[in-house]
Design a protein around this ligand. Structure first.
Ligand SMILES: CC(C)(COP(=O)(O)OP(=O)(O)OC[C@H]1O[C@@H](n2cnc3c(N)ncnc32)[C@H](O)[C@@H]1OP(=O)(O)O)[C@@H](O)C(=O)NCCC(=O)NCCS
Length: 173
């Protein structure tokens, strides 16, 4: 687990800890949030504690998104090297449903991109979403990436195969 903390106009991005279990459960247990995510909907907090413990060993940079005005943890996302994107760094995000539509995902994704640029000199990025997930497409485009090709999405357990849209961008800080 890393120790980076990022700040944007409205958000603090910081590592997740086991203490975040109740807040994170609000979105990972919501089918409307998990529908187009690679993980399956969580049905118990025990399952979630396992995941929160496992992220210690992850190579990517996972951040919880905390609203500065309320102190609420409203979502999380990550950025890093993922095999499916080759030499590009990929990123992803999800938010509690009652926080959709306020620009938080775009603000957080841009902060993660800036972090990768400044901290690691990365400028080649990629991202993807299930074709139907138009909101995510807007976020990705607002971050400066453009559509390059279709791909295939599937959950981590191999189920739920759907067409995805893949985006790339060569972004300077
Ligand atoms: C995708 C998600 C992160 C977007 O979060 P958000 O904070 O609402 O995103 P933003 O407000 O920054 O931007 C959303 C954009 O999509 C647009 N949008 C929202 N719902 C939409 C819809 N149903 N169809 C088309 N566009 C939509 C918004 O208008 C906005 O674009 P605009 O600024 O050009 O108007 C959020 O909906 C979510 O957590 N979904 C579930 C998890 C998920 O799917 N994550 C992405 C996996 S690839």
């Amino acid at each position: 687990m890393h120790n980076y903390v990022l700040e944007t106009e409205r958000l603090i991005l910081r590592p997740l800890t086991l203490n975040d279990c109740d807040a994170v459960y609000k979105w990972v247990s919501d089918e409307d949030v998990t529908r187009y995510m690679v993980y399956n909907t969580y049905t118990s907090k025990e399952q979630l504690i396992k995941w929160l413990k496992s992220i210690e060993n992850d190579d990517d940079y996972l951040f919880g998104f905390v609203r500065k005005d309320t102190g609420d943890l409203i979502g999380c996302g990550s950025i890093g090297q993922y095999e499916k994107y080759g030499d590009r760094w990929g990123f992803g995000y999800n938010l509690r449903k009652d926080q959709w539509g306020y620009g938080y995902a775009t603000e957080a994704a841009k902060a993660m991109i800036r972090f990768a640029q400044k901290e690691f000199g990365i400028r080649r990025f990629a991202c993807s979403h299930v074709e139907q997930n138009k909101a995510s497409g807007h976020v990705i485009e607002k971050c400066g990436l453009h559509f390059v090709r279709y791909g295939q999405f599937q959950k981590l357990d191999g189920t739920c195969k759907m067409r995805s849209m893949i985006y790339e961008g060569d972004l300077d800080p």
